[in-house]
Design a protein around this ligand. Structure first.
Ligand code: APR
Length: 274
């Protein structure tokens, strides 16, 4: 699969970053975003379901769309690609997994310390209506329970964490924080929203410090995530891409392996690390 000199360089690496996108979960039955006919954005305009403006305009519609997606994701199980990455963490000294996926399948496969750049579909967070805040419609009273801007001045100081933990992404009316009344939403990054600076910072550090980066199943069309493999290239790391289709990274990588993640990853790791 690799030429012998590249295999040897990989064998000498001590710090590996694996960077994944929707393609790694495609064989678990979760649609990717941008594939022409099957991608989520082929049938739905992301501006209508995956932006804070869409949620502000019609919270129930956006909630229902995510409930539907969560149904597909809950039925999915990690595939051989996710499992190979988890095994690599056991076999090689230091492996950081950075994912753009919100499906939790790296954790389910047993990977530790996964940096979820775009959040996690199964966590809820308060919806922070910045437009209302900037318009001065209410002051920035922070709710101690959900951490959002409280809707009510009498934000309940006795509400307990378990009140929030029992709320899930499931069919029904959009839930509200039991303490302050703020609408809750999936804790993921929608278009136009910033990434969590701590997670992004940790991902940049991992890309800068690694001596090999393996990029799996991403079209690399969304920034700032897309810049991560290029940071590793600039630092002189070995970069391998696994994707059935070429991307902007392919010509810059040390190897572009065309194929499906679930077949290529186990074979690649066996070839290099035994
Ligand atoms: N194995 C590996 N790669 C695959 C496979 C597979 N079995 N099947 C498809 N791919 C590749 C496609 O060729 C494509 O390059 O996965 C890539 C998926 O690209 P996108 O759908 O654009 O997904 P991703 O790059 O993860 O999108 C980034 O966009 O909408 C946002 O927030 C969303 O995190 C997502 C971000």
């Amino acid at each position: 699969m690799l030429d012998p000199s590249l295999r040897q360089r990989l064998q000498q690496t001590k710090n590996i970053t694996v960077f994944t996108g929707a393609g790694i979960s495609a064989e678990s039955g979760i649609p990717t975003f941008r594939e022409r006919f099957t991608g989520l954005w082929a049938n739905t305009d992301p501006q209508e379901v995956a932006t804070p403006e869409a949620f502000r305009a019609d919270p129930q519609r956006v909630w229902d769309w995510h409930v539907h997606l969560a149904g597909t994701v809950r039925r999915a199980a990690p595939n051989a690609g996710h499992r190979a990455i988890a095994r690599l963490q056991e076999a090689v000294g230091r492996v950081t997994v950075i994912t753009q996926n919100i499906d939790d399948l790296h954790h389910a496969a047993g990977s530790r310390d996964v940096l979820e750049l775009h959040g996690n579909l199964f966590r809820l967070a308060p919806f922070v209506d910045e437009e209302a805040l900037f318009a001065g419609e209410r002051g920035p009273l922070i709710c101690h329970l959900c951490g959002g801007y409280a809707l009510r001045d009498d934000c309940d100081p006795y509400a307990g964490r378990e009140d929030l933990a029992c709320l899930r992404l499931e069919a029904g009316p959009v839930p509200r924080c039991p303490a302050c009344g703020a609408l809750l939403r999936p804790d993921i990054v929608w278009f136009g929203e910033p990434l969590d600076p701590h997670v992004l910072g940790a991902a940049f550090e991992a890309a800068d410090a690694c001596d090999a980066l393996i990029c799996v199943g991403s079209s690399l069309e969304v920034e700032p995530a897309a810049s991560i493999p290029y940071r590793a290239i600039r630092r002189g790391a070995v970069v391998i891409e696994i994707n059935p289709a070429p991307t902007s990274l392919t010509e810059h990588a040390d190897a572009g392996i065309q194929g499906n993640a679930s077949a290529v990853l186990p074979e690649l790791f066996r070839e290099v690390w035994g």
